[in-house]
Unconditional design. Structure first.
Length: 270
């Protein structure tokens, strides 16, 4: 088979691209040795994540839990859940840190009624869905914040809050860990106001048409790469500490969080 594609674009800022390349090279070598055809030599960084997830030739990518249970529910197969060694990640779960400017005097979420919130994307679990869940009980007539600013990425949301262009944002804790390591001067201008609830972490996925045999080989290849001592430096750069195979149904909690917000009259974060 030709035309296969791989991506590790969820955490692929320039400083860790070499680590992602090393991780993929190891996974790809295991797949080729197992007889998988069309394994790409390189990660695809030429297209947006939505285009990659939608590609019928998708071999392996990382996905947000929200599209996995909504728009891409029937188009992607769950492979595995990476485990990260950062605060807020326990086993195969993660959560978001709700951040504000360090000089902000407000100490509670309730104090941000009518303020400006930054989100990375309307289709994000960690940036939108979990933030909506955190303030849903305080929403009045379908509204809590004064305005919502879509920034396009967690890093951009963090920078906007630090600069005063927004007052609050929910940033997934792995993104925060990368931000603290590579942009400490900006991270130091933020304060953690609170945490969202934990949910299963960002899953590795493959195309819906991937066979059961290839799915099993993908899982074996990922497991092998995440215990390979030669990849210790790459894993440390990515904050990776292991991998878990969860029941696919565990991710349905993401859809249930949204359904609860809809039932409570808060279908759109506003």
């Amino acid at each position: 088979m030709t035309g296969r594609v791989a991506s590790l674009g969820m955490y692929d800022r320039p400083e860790v691209r070499a680590a992602n390349d090393a991780l993929w090279s190891a996974v790809a070598a295991h797949l080729r040795a197992a007889g998988v055809e069309g394994v790409p030599a390189e990660l695809d960084r030429t297209r947006g994540l939505g285009d990659i997830w939608n590609d019928p030739g998708l071999l392996l990518a990382q996905c947000c839990g929200y599209p996995l249970v909504t728009a891409w529910r029937d188009r992607l197969r769950y492979v595995a859940t990476p485990v990260y060694a950062v605060p807020g990640c326990e086993g195969g779960t993660h959560r978001s840190r709700i951040v504000v400017r360090r000089g902000e005097s407000a100490l509670s979420l309730a104090a941000f009624r009518g303020r400006r919130a930054a989100i990375n994307d309307r289709g994000s679990n960690t940036g939108m869905n979990l933030l909506r869940d955190s303030v849903a009980r305080m929403a009045d007539k379908g509204r809590f914040f004064g305005s919502i600013i879509e920034t396009g990425s967690h890093d951009a949301s963090a920078r906007l809050v630090a600069a005063g262009g927004a007052d609050i944002a929910a940033i997934d804790t792995v993104s925060v860990a990368h931000f603290e390591r590579y942009e400490p001067s900006i991270a130091g201008r933020l304060r953690v106001l609170g945490w969202t609830r934990p949910v299963p972490g960002l899953p590795l996925v493959t195309a819906g048409g991937t066979t059961d045999r290839e799915l099993a080989l993908l899982r074996a290849a990922v497991r092998a790469a995440l215990v390979d001592p030669r990849l210790a430096t790459a894993r440390a750069a990515l904050h990776l500490s292991g991998v878990e195979i969860l029941r696919r149904e565990r991710y349905d909690i993401v859809a249930r969080i949204e359904a609860k917000a809809v039932r409570n009259g808060y279908p759109v974060l506003a």
